[in-house]
Structure formats: structure tokens, C-alpha cells
Design a protein around this ligand. Structure first.
Ligand code: AVI
Length: 311
């Protein structure tokens, strides 16, 4: 077995499998195939967050840009394909620079090249790193010039537990002091809608979840029966979160790098939480992290929210 201090997918998977209640970080979904499956999820009819947030950015981008102000440095946490920031950049006056942070260097640089072609005058300063930690950032605008503004769309904050979210928000509040954060947050709603969003009829979310085990097979030769696990996603109402699990269909052995882990029928590996907030509940969390909550934009159905938080 790998030493317990080791970082990375294999070490974390061993650590998870050795626990009586098995749970692993959702960050391991996102290898090449997992990232492509997530892009497909964003297009699904049942997965409302992406299109609702896009619509809010399209509708209110100019108001948001007004709060961002002229000459701002815009920092995107967990940048991905840079689709949403384009809707802001269309309105922001003379951005001083755009700093996208992402763990996947090749993808980030590719996305930056495409954005640069559309905005030849924009200074793009990509940072390859884990945005959940305090990565070194380019210098902020001079005092009296524009402000530093963070952008964290997609309700990725929902994939943190509330204590992790508090820690992340407190870190960004420090980084953005004097400026602000524009953050997308998925809202509490009818559990049937939530259930459908994470149990789509085409089975893409199931493939996305199961890819975590397939990734272990590809990368470390993990051995398990292809039909031994199934996708399970449900709304845990008291905790206000969708939980995703990989559910063992029978008593079986999952073998990883020469170590056998036993699963009973019905036992799970917990792979993701996706917390849902009320507007007031999220504002209270942001306040505890050192922000002053400002304007909030929501859709007519109250499914999704974008918050301006003053740092
Ligand atoms: C990235 N994150 C905000 C997505 C979510 O909704 O929690 C990931 C996801 N998991 C299943 N479907 C989408």
C-alpha cells in the first residue's frame, strides 16, 4: 500500500477504500474522458444549471460589468473552457488583465489561445494550479486603478462541504480585498427537478460517475466486474445536497495495485456532494467568510443565482 501521506488519485482511492464509510473527492472525475462527459452533462435537457446561468449572464452581464468597473483584474477560479467569462468580457470596460486559474495546463492554454483570438488586446495571464489553494497570482492593479474581481460560476462552490466552502470563500475574500466576487450558486428546489438533473435519461451522469472507477482501471489496472457497480444519485433533503455514490450490486472484490477491498451488496463509494443553498443561506455563509453581500440575480423560476459579494 502507498504511504498515507502520498497525494494523488491512487493514494486517495486506497485511503477511501480502507475506510468503513467510503468517500473520495469529486476532483478525480475530471480526467480527459470525465471532462468531456461533464461538457455533455452541461448540454442535457435535465441539467438546468448551465443554461440558466448562461441566460442570467446574457441578461444581466452589463449590470455585472458595471459593478466590476473599468480597469479591473478579473480572476476566474477553475476556469475550464472560458465560455461564461466571454459574456462578462463583452461588457467590462478596459479590463487590466484576465487571470484564469485551472489545474489542467494544456486545456487552459488551449482555451486562452481561443479567447485571445477574439480579444487581441486583452492581457491574459493563465495560472496553472489548484484554485482551492492560495496560488501565487499576478500583481493586482495599482491602488486607485481598477479593482480585483473574482469569477466562480457553475455552482462549483456546491461541491465543497459548508466548512470547505467557508474556507475557500475566506481565502478569496483575502485575495480580492477591496474588489468583489461574482459567484454562481444553485438553489434549493423541488427534489424531483434535482433528482432528474443528476439522473438524466441518456445516462451521461451515470457514465460520468462510473468513469471514476474506469479511470482507476485505465491508470492503475484496478480489477472489478464491469457490471459490479451502478450510479446512484439522490437528494438528501436534511443536508440540502445531492449525493452521488457508486453502488456495489453484489458482494465483490475491488482489487487495486495488489490490495483487495471487499464490497458488500449495497455498499457504496461516495463520489460527490452538490450542495444547494437558499439566497439568504448563501449570503450568511459569505458574510461569515468576510464578504458584504450585494446584488443577486436569479431566474424567474428561482432555480439558480449569481451573487455579487463585496470583498
Ligand atoms: C461541477 N459541479 C458544479 C457539477 C454539479 O452539479 O455539482 C458536477 C456534476 N455532477 C453531476 N452532474 C454535474
Amino acid at each position: 500500500m502507498k504511504p498515507l501521506t502520498e497525494q494523488g488519485f491512487a493514494a486517495d482511492l486506497h485511503r477511501a477504500l480502507a475506510q468503513p464509510t467510503r468517500s473520495i473527492s469529486p476532483k478525480y472525475f475530471y480526467d480527459e474522458l470525465g471532462s468531456a462527459l461533464f461538457e455533455q452533462i452541461c448540454e442535457l435537457p435535465e441539467y438546468y444549471p448551465t443554461r440558466t446561468e448562461f441566460a442570467l449572464l446574457r441578461q444581466h452581464g452589463a449590470e455585472m460589468a458595471e459593478l466590476i468597473g473599468a480597469d479591473a483584474q478579473l480572476i476566474e477560479y477553475g476556469a475550464g473552457a472560458l465560455g461564461k467569462v466571454r459574456l462578462l468580457l463583452a461588457h467590462v470596460e478596459r479590463p487590466q488583465s484576465f487571470v484564469p486559474i485551472d489545474i489542467s495546463g494544456p486545456h487552459l492554454l488551449q482555451a486562452c489561445a481561443a479567447l485571445q483570438a477574439e480579444h487581441p488586446a486583452l492581457k491574459i495571464l493563465p495560472v496553472v494550479g489548484d484554485f482551492t489553494h492560495a496560488v501565487a497570482l499576478p500583481a493586482a492593479p495599482e491602488p486607485g486603478a481598477g479593482q480585483r474581481v473574482g469569477f466562480f460560476p457553475g455552482s462549483s462552490v456546491g461541491n465543497f462541504t459548508p466548512p470547505q466552502a467557508l474556507k475557500f470563500l475566506a481565502m478569496t475574500a483575502e485575495q480580492l480585498r477591496g474588489g468583489g466576487l461574482l459567484i454562481g450558486v444553485d438553489l434549493i428546489k423541488d427534489p424531483a427537478l434535482l433528482h432528474a438533473a443528476y439522473n438524466d435519461s441518456q445516462g451521461v451522469t451515470a457514465r460520468f460517475n462510473l468513469n471514476l472507477l474506469e479511470r482507476a482501471r485505465r491508470e492503475f489496472g484496478a480489477q472489478f466486474a464491469a457490471d459490479g457497480f451502478s450510479h446512484s444519485a439522490f437528494y438528501n433533503a436534511p443536508l440540502r445536497r445531492i449525493e452521488m455514490h457508486l453502488l456495489s450490486m453484489r458482494r465483490q472484490i475491488f482489487s487495486l495495485q495488489g490490495i483487495d477491498y471487499e464490497f458488500d451488496a449495497g455498499e457504496t463509494l461516495h463520489t460527490e456532494n452538490s450542495y444547494k443553498y437558499s439566497v439568504a443561506g448563501f449570503q450568511a455563509l459569505a458574510e461569515r467568510a468576510g464578504y458584504r453581500p450585494g446584488p443577486v440575480w436569479t431566474d424567474a423560476q428561482n432555480w439558480f443565482s449569481l451573487h455579487w459579494l463585496q470583498a
